[in-house]
Design a binder for this molecule. Structure first.
Ligand SMILES: Nc1ncnc2c1ncn2[C@@H]1O[C@H](COP(=O)(O)OP(=O)(O)OP(=O)(O)O)[C@@H](O)[C@H]1O
Ligand SMILES: [Mg+2]
Length: 271
């Protein structure tokens, strides 16, 4: 399936390039010889019907699923992530579809989960204290920067609304990613205002030079922000298109199998 025409990458240096990814769960083929390409600084939307295998693909790219076969390169180097921590160490931050927050912890603790800042202390590494005031200040600033309104930074995440919770998850990835930001349905549970905030945030992440992988069922949102659209069907990428040259109707027709992918406009390699 690593092929020609609209299916292949465009030859530019990819941040992530995966070829032939496959994942079986017993009789279920969740990923079937799947390719994936992410270019520097782009917002890449990944779309597909329920069960098409989008989350499985994203989890393979971010270490949460180990594919049965296939290869992945990060900035040209072959990588094999065995856990989400491997991917995080490589600079890839992810908001998973199954919400990526710890409900019993407060906002600050969620933002710093796993990377709590420590005050330099006399007793060295073992007894160093968590620098809570500094973390709270930074967490509050991060929320303000992202335009996310909450009553208190000490509020437990389980007491937030669904939209606010999602915003905390997004704030965390935006704060820590150094190479790639991945979001699996970040706006699925959000109202109009919160959705627009998350979309603004995604655009801001791109302005800061980081590429974003955005899994979404919301076609208007996808067409609003994506530079390219990866269309996923039956466990693999069936087309890679630009919203500039492909209509929403065409994209949906290919996604549902109503139209063969090779009838779409090929990628314009000059843009
Ligand atoms: N851990 C698992 N065990 C068994 N089957 C799985 C597992 N994870 C995914 N699958 C199956 O693999 C297929 C792809 O699932 P996946 O969650 O990747 O789809 P998706 O495109 O993300 O769907 P949605 O749009 O509903 O989020 C489905 O048939 C699903 O049931
Ligand atoms: Mg999914």
């Amino acid at each position: 399936m690593s092929g020609d025409g609209p299916m292949s990458g465009d030859g530019g240096a990819a941040v992530i390039e995966a070829r032939g990814l496959t994942k079986h769960y017993g009789q279920v083929i969740a990923m079937d010889d799947c390719d994936f390409d992410l270019r520097p600084g782009e917002i890449l939307a990944v779309i597909g019907d329920n069960g098409a295998g989008k989350s499985t693909l994203i989890k393979s790219l971010t270490g949460a699923v180990v594919p049965d076969s296939g290869t992945m390169r990060l900035d040209g180097e072959v990588v094999q992530f065995r856990s989400p921590l491997d991917a995080r160490r490589a600079g890839i931050e992810t908001v998973y579809q199954e919400l990526g927050v710890a409900p019993a912890l407060d906002i600050t603790q969620n933002l710093f989960l796993g990377r709590e800042q420590r005050r330099p202390g006399l007793l060295g590494t073992v007894f160093r204290k968590l620098d809570k005031p500094a973390m709270r200040r930074e967490a509050a600033q991060q929320m303000v920067d992202l335009g996310i309104r909450v009553q208190s930074i000490r509020q437990q995440v389980e007491t937030l609304s669904g939209g606010q919770r999602q915003a905390v998850a997004v704030a965390r990835v935006a704060a820590w990613a150094t190479r790639v930001v991945v979001m699996d349905e970040p706006t699925a549970a959000l109202g109009v205002r919160e959705t627009n905030q998350v979309l603004d945030l995604i655009l801001r992440v791109r302005e800061n030079g980081l590429p974003v992988v955005l899994i979404s069922h919301n076609m208007p949102n996808v067409f609003q922000v994506a530079d390219r659209i990866h269309i996923h069907r039956l466990g693999r990428r069936v087309a890679l298109v630009q919203p500039r040259t492909t209509s929403m109707e065409e994209v949906v027709a290919v996604m549902t199998g109503a139209r063969p992918p090779d009838t779409l406009a090929p990628l314009d390699p000059t843009s």
